[in-house]
Write a protein that binds this ligand. Structure first.
Ligand SMILES: C[S@@+](CC[C@H](N)C(=O)[O-])C[C@H]1O[C@@H](n2cnc3c(N)ncnc32)[C@H](O)[C@@H]1O
Length: 235
């Protein structure tokens, strides 16, 4: 498995799919529920929407949106890992949402949709794992309708030096240790720390969204800056 390759992501997330949700909630101290709910609230102004959640994984953004509102006309979840989608499908069945969502196994940088297909495109903790970020942003812009909204939730490194150092200690030492004990393999969680550190800073990522042709690009830091919600609109 080589970081930066699309197959790497599929293999790695395939490996951790059964424990992904449990570790997510544990390692974020439950903050991830709040982050996803907050991201879902960014679409409140849009009514009767068609939406796609890219890198949907186990579907927690989709379920946050479906719990929040009942006017969603079409909801699609796309992910490159079949194993993550299997967990997602079970969760949707369990929550009685399965008839409301189409799940597709595929690559976020090359989706099978026509231009201007969706009112909203969401992606949580996915973009960091994609080898060609500008290509993914371009693809999101292509499948969004004019005036449609892109919402991206992603980890970041806090800018405050004190918090940053504590967070890096947690990310590099404690988190892989706990995740290794629970899942039996700390490698995916070592990768997590490296991928967060090497991802764009919030201001750099805002520039990427503007370069990809989006308007009203904005960032909102969450939980002392360990995660950010990025939003932008297709002109
Ligand atoms: C950290 S998980 C996030 C899952 C979910 N969005 C959430 O909020 O928990 C990252 C997901 O991105 C998916 N992924 C990675 N590269 C991808 C790509 N090129 N296209 C589609 N999905 C991808 C992985 O399979 C994995 O399910």
């Amino acid at each position: 498995m080589t970081p930066g390759e699309t197959n790497f992501a599929a293999d790695m997330f395939g490996l951790i799919a059964p424990v992904y949700d449990f570790l997510n909630h544990l390692l974020s101290f439950g903050q991830d529920y709040f982050w996803r709910r907050k991201a879902a609230s960014y679409l409140d102004e849009y009514k009767n929407i068609t939406l796609i959640d890219l890198a949907t994984g186990t579907g927690d953004i989709l379920t946050a949106l479906l719990r929040r509102r009942n006017d969603i006309k079409r909801a699609v979840g796309l992910d490159i890992s079949k194993e993550m989608l299997t967990v997602c499908r079970k969760k949707l069945n369990w929550l009685d949402f399965s008839d409301k969502v189409e799940l597709i196994c595929g690559d976020a940088s090359r989706t099978p949709f026509e231009d201007n297909s969706f009112d909203a495109v969401t992606m949580a903790f996915g973009i960091r794992n994609m080898p060609d970020v500008p290509a993914v942003l371009k693809e999101i812009r292509r499948i969004l309708k004019p005036a449609g909204k892109m919402l991206i939730l992603e980890f970041a490194i806090p800018s405050n030096l004190f918090i940053r150092n504590i967070y890096l200690l947690y990310l590099k030492i404690l988190l892989p240790l706990i995740a290794g004990l629970v899942s039996g393999d700390s490698r995916p969680y070592r990768y997590l720390g490296r991928s967060i550190e090497s991802f764009y800073s919030p201001s750099e990522f805002l520039d990427c969204m503007i370069d990809a042709g989006f308007e009203n690009a904005a960032v909102r830091p969450l939980s002392l800056g360990v995660a950010c919600i990025y939003s932008a609109v297709k002109p």
